[in-house]
Design a protein. Structure first.
Length: 67
């Protein structure tokens, strides 16, 4: 994915516009998208992307995951 595509996906998931994806937002996104994010199970994605362990995924963490 390009950086612009990654940012667009992040914005679709970050429904409250906080700049962080919370687990609730991921759950809602998953329910609407067969429980996956581009073919990845959301639980696996959270474990890998949430590098600081705060149970939220920042745009920086999101971009790093897809880099």
């Amino acid at each position: 994915m390009t950086e612009a595509e990654v940012e667009a996906v992040f914005a679709r998931i970050d429904t409250d516009g906080s700049g962080e994806i919370r687990l609730r937002e991921l759950r809602d996104y998953g329910l609407a998208n067969d429980g996956t994010l581009d073919g990845l199970k959301l639980a696996d994605f959270v474990r890998a992307a949430d590098t600081d362990g705060d149970r939220r995924i920042s745009l920086t963490e999101f971009k790093s995951y897809f880099a």
